[in-house]
Design a protein around this ligand. Sequence first.
Ligand code: SF4
Length: 551
Amino acid sequence: MRKGTEPLYLGYEAPRLPDAGGRLPVALVFPGPERLALSTLGWQVVYRLLASRPEFLVDRFFLDPSAPGPAVSMDAGRSLDSYPLIALSWNFEEDARAFLAALGRAGIALTRSERSGYPLVLVGGPLAFMNPAPLAPAVDIFFVGEAEAGQLELALALHRGFLAGTDKASLLNEVAAMPGVYAPGVSKTPVARVTGGADDRRLAEPGFSCFVSPRAEFADMLLLEVNRGCPYGCRFCAAGFVYRPPRHADLKDLQAVVEMAAPAKVGLVGTALTDWPELPAFLHWLKERGTKFSLSSVRADGLTREFLAFLRRAGVRTITLALEGPSRRLRTAANKKLAEDDFLRAVSLCSELGVNHLKVYVIIGWPGETDADYAELAGFLGEIQAARAAGRGGRKKGLELVTLGVSCLVPKPFTPFQWAPMAGEAELAARLKTLKAMVKPLKGFQLSADNPAAARLQGLLARAGGEVFGLLAQASRSGWREALAAWSGDPAKVLDRERGPDEIFPWEVIDPGVSRSFLWREWQRYKAGQPTRSCPPEGCQVCRACGLESR
Ligand code: SF4
């Protein structure tokens, strides 16, 4: 954590806006309803970063594209067009529509070429460094990286320039070469993603909620970041590549946050929670304090009897395990390091120790998948059912419900699958039908699935360049259905072909740190069904396998 600064934490309190004198007014936009913003860590981290400083007046905007009329801010009741700096936290591709709708309804021109003066539109969040291209025509600056690694420095430069009366074009020229700044048309590309903390083994500034609320999706819960990045390198997972290197928080830092905030409940957030060596100590410490907690997900091989028994005593009733690939062949190819025996042992333990609800995640639409992969899944679901019964051991009570959560594989930028074609809508729908039939005879099972058409739309927005900006602009006025019907482009051109080794992608205006040659090698290894070792515990200084340390 930053030394000498008291972190801003408002908990249940609503923010009080300070006097505007000497401050740069900032509209901090979350592209969805308040309940989701209050359960989203990145947006709250940026709120804290800016609202704790005397240079800024930060007003919150929550967007609902179905609500008529211009968006009104939460704290001052003002409209977007009264702010010289509009900052968006961009987490999901589809959110671009709500943001453009808010600009349009506030009477703000959608493209920066039509906006010679202020407002300046600043976009951060994971989509800013995964593929800024679809939204680039609307944006003056993307912040490419982790907020604590330079977003404040950028905002301070904008504050100085704005208060000095610098015109927007000159200000963009001034900041265009700052670390993590991508000003389209001004910055030299590729722009290197910036990461927090010089030590690759430690998460120097773990994120935590600024607000706790009964209205939040995770009601009354303080979210706390335990680790960032993931050492396993599953080839479908963007978080495993774009948040490298993997880093853990310090136990003392997290304890300090909990002592300061004193929440009733803590939600632990991270990509590899059970890899954090201090997790058991932290959970025991929380339990002793009487603080409830929940874990976003656990790895099957991290779920020991002792650990699960402890979780049960602490009141945990739901466990989530990711199977991902339907067959061992596809899991190996995807680099998902999972032993089936560990998985079944975890299911049996859940049943034995009285977990109520087990969620099992599986992904459909793998490049090269066959019916045989799904026949193997049918058999494995039967084994899960048997492990569940064995764990119950003749008792009436046991694991009450197993939910098979099904998502469609969207080949994301800066993963080895950036060269892969995406499965078609009909293909995905057929797989879903197979899975529904598989689950139907299994007592106590239910299925919850992605919509294939929505997944294809996400794929299009994730992988396209500026050619989809017209589609986004139209969708911001009329909704997706009408916009897609009117769009002259062809989603198949973006989604349905395997890319060649030398094809340049629209997202390569960003340098994520992980080298293209490493990602290409990983794609070839997927096709050959070969796993790759995880990030070694010694860290990047000795590894350099993915090129992160040598750029
Ligand atoms: S350099 Fe090695 S340890 Fe560091 S993120 Fe890349 S693969 Fe992992």
